[in-house]
Design a protein around this ligand. Structure first.
Ligand code: DLL
Length: 442
């Protein structure tokens, strides 16, 4: 199934390349309307406003957003399932829920307009990755309550490309269809993309000979080195797509071909970076927690949602011509951050170091224990078949190199344990990088 190549520069040039001045005006109008709406229809927000002595009319400029209360994941849970919805249930056409491992999930509801806007935003993202109606997009994100599968699906159709709704898993079938259907774009988590690439190579597939040329990968943090591995193994351009169910799902931001960060769809969302401890807004370029206000959502509009994701904002116009602010790749979550002997450690830092040497497999696990009163971090790293049968001396030297590099990056001593090929569990969705056994022991 071969389609002719076709290219569009922007999906929605008017909004994607709008002057910052016009964009600010649009944002203010949409923010004011959202504030009015939640004040009138969501008791949770009305109470929060009253508690602060705030009226919707007090939001006169974009800077006034700082007067608004934050919204936390816990607020969605406390109002489970639909207490924060701003419209009656008859207006809701779809429900999704976030992947919570404990307790109740946070539930999000979409109106017809929300679903349609989301499809437009994903179509925008696909065009950023060079997509057009001539593409065949294999959606290997999970379908279901998770927003990845269905979210991307409707965007592919909106663009007019062909969607292969295979969902996650069943790797050999993924590879078969990729070849038979002439997949040109792949959408899945980066860890699953890497797994597909490795399995494909092991099965003798030469990706260079396939039409696949781009990947839209997200839903979990990944490093630049991981990106390079996927790109070289699959012979594609790998781009980062970001989003979270509470705020919409995939498509909140998307990396363009200039690869200088991901553009946040600022006509739909207002982004801020704050100091997670004090809640103060930080100036552009400084790292902190990303906070998002939805300004065009009907089902469940959220004010200043605390994403817990750590990033940086860059407002300068991009080489691609888009004016929307770029966020740097998410380096981790404030709540995924491990504190080992008082030092902050993110799995993505470890990943970056491991992949830098290129001698181990990109499969690893951070195992945290408490020995006596001390935290102990051991990093399990998978060896390739070749390395596994290598000389002990070589392995010892590699172990020492990795340990020293990690000491300089993390500022703590860690142990490295090499494990046999294919022993670290693979995931078809979000990868699990940490095994924290500290609580289990105490
Ligand atoms: O993961 C939505 C999504 C689906 C995004 C497909 C991209 C592609 P949740 O399950 O609610 O929604 O998880 C949201 O995943 O707060 C981040 O911590 C993480 N995350 C999502 N995208 C990225 C990314 C979907 N590109 C949480 N880089 C977010 C790093 C990401 N982390």
């Amino acid at each position: 199934m071969i389609k002719a190549p076709g290219k569009k520069e922007y999906y929605d040039p008017e909004h994607e390349t709008m002057s910052r001045e016009k964009l600010a005006q649009l944002q203010l109008e949409r923010l004011q309307a959202t504030v009015q709406r939640v004040y009138q229809s969501v008791p949770f927000y009305k109470n929060a406003f009253k508690g602060r002595g705030l009226e919707p009319g007090d939001i006169k400029s974009l800077d006034d957003i700082r007067k608004l209360p934050f919204t936390y994941k816990q607020d969605l849970r406390d109002n489970y399932p639909n207490g924060l919805f701003a419209v009656p249930m008859e207006k809701i056409v779809r429900l999704h829920a976030s992947s919570g491992t404990t307790g109740k999930p946070s539930v999000v509801g979409y109106t017809k307009n929300d679903i349609s806007n989301w499809a437009d935003l994903i179509a925008r993202c696909l065009v950023m990755a060079g997509g057009s109606e001539n593409d065949v997009v294999q959606v290997a994100y999970g379908y279901g309550l998770f927003t990845g599968g269905l979210g991307v699906h409707y965007g592919v159709e909106r663009l007019g490309a062909s969607v292969v709704p295979i969902s996650g898993g069943n790797t050999s079938r993924q590879l078969m269809l990729m070849q038979d259907f002439g997949t040109t774009m792949l959408a899945c988590t980066p860890s699953y993309a890497l797994f597909l690439a490795e399995e494909g190579i092991a099965a003798g597939i030469d990706f260079k000979k396939l039409p696949i040329r781009a990947g839209v990968f997200g839903a979990e943090p990944w490093s630049e080195n991981m990106k390079k591995q996927i790109e070289s193994k699959m012979d594609i351009t790998a781009l980062d797509i970001y989003g979270l169910s509470e705020v919409m799902g995939p498509g909140v931001s998307m990396e363009c071909m200039a690869k200088q960060g991901s553009h946040i769809a600022e006509d739909y969302f207002i982004a801020e970076i704050i100091n997670p401890d004090t809640g103060d807004v930080l100036p552009s370029g400084m790292q902190g927690e990303l906070v998002i206000t939805t300004i065009a959502k009907e089902g469940i509009p959220l004010l200043r949602y605390r994403t817990r994701d750590i990033s940086t904002l860059h407002p300068e116009v991009c080489a691609c011509g888009r004016t929307h602010v770029r966020m740097k790749r998410v380096s981790g979550r404030t709540d995924d951050m491990l504190i080992i002997r008082g030092v902050n450690v993110f799995p993505s830092q470890v990943e970056s170091v491991l992949l830098e040497f290129g001698e181990t497999e990109p499969h690893y696990l951070l195992v945290v224990d408490r020995k006596g009163d001390l935290d102990d971090l051991e990093i399990w790293v998978e060896l390739s078949e070749k390395m596994f049968s290598d000389e002990v001396k070589h392995l010892e030297a590699l172990e020492s190199k990795i340990r020293h590099k990690l000491l300089s990056v993390l500022n703590i001593n860690v142990k490295i344990k090499f494990v046999e090929p294919r022993t670290i569990p693979r995931s078809e969705g979000k990868a699990k990088r940490v095994m924290d056994r500290r609580e289990l022991q105490s």
